[in-house]
Design a protein around this ligand. Structure first.
Ligand SMILES: NC(=O)c1ccc[n+]([C@@H]2O[C@H](COP(=O)([O-])OP(=O)(O)OC[C@H]3O[C@@H](n4cnc5c(N)ncnc54)[C@H](OP(=O)(O)O)[C@@H]3O)[C@@H](O)[C@H]2O)c1
Length: 163
């Protein structure tokens, strides 16, 4: 199954100057819980923003220039859509950023969204989508606290399949 994981604000903004524009510890824990022992699929800029492969996951990275990633270890590098082929884990997660979400959105079967209850300055957005094409499986709302600077919601959608 191809899944997608993202955190976006009320405008579907996801990033600014190659960083995540909020501090939400529980979102990071959710990402870890969902993706550990699975495959994550990301663009080169997202890997650069994290700075290293995330542990205990297969890290697949898309770039046009494999040489720029030679200083990273524990990553699998791809230059085309074969990045989606031969996934050996139960799930693979489209992990961002903006270019990768846009490129593979239509192929995803489910989405794990963290909706952040704010509007940030941003240079990168998640693609617009039609919510009626997705079945809401769960939504949990949480209040901000000392480790999570905004209110936020965990949302799980599965794509409605046409009969
Ligand atoms: N809020 C969230 O959940 C979340 C999650 C992930 C990332 N982010 C944020 O998103 C931002 C980064 O997103 P972004 O859109 O700028 O970059 P990105 O999607 O992470 O990476 C873009 C790079 O992927 C490679 N690429 C894209 N399409 C390709 C293709 N068709 N063939 C080969 N390579 C291709 C290129 O690498 P080369 O330039 O090396 O060729 C391109 O520069 C950052 O601010 C990050 O913090 C947010």
């Amino acid at each position: 199954m191809l899944s997608l994981i993202v955190a976006y604000d009320k405008n579907k903004s996801i990033g600014q100057e190659n960083t995540i524009p909020w501090r939400l510890k529980n979102d990071m824990l959710r990402v870890k819980d969902l993706t550990t022992n699975q495959t994550i699929i990301m663009g080169r800029k997202t890997l650069d923003s994290i700075g290293k492969a995330l542990p205990n996951r297969i890290n697949r990275v898309l770039t046009r220039d494999k040489n720029t990633l030679s200083h990273y270890s524990n990553i699998e590098v791809y230059s085309d859509d074969s990045i989606l082929d031969n996934i050996e884990t139960e799930k693979a997660y489209i992990f961002g950023g903006g270019m990768i979400y846009s490129r593979y959105f239509d192929k995803c079967d489910e989405m794990f969204i963290t909706e952040v209850d704010t509007i940030v300055e941003a240079d990168t957005k998640f693609p617009d989508f039609d919510e009626s094409e997705w079945e809401l499986i769960s939504r949990e709302d949480f209040s901000k606290d000392e480790h999570n600077e905004f209110n936020y919601s965990f949302i799980h959608y599965i794509r409605r399949r046409k009969e």
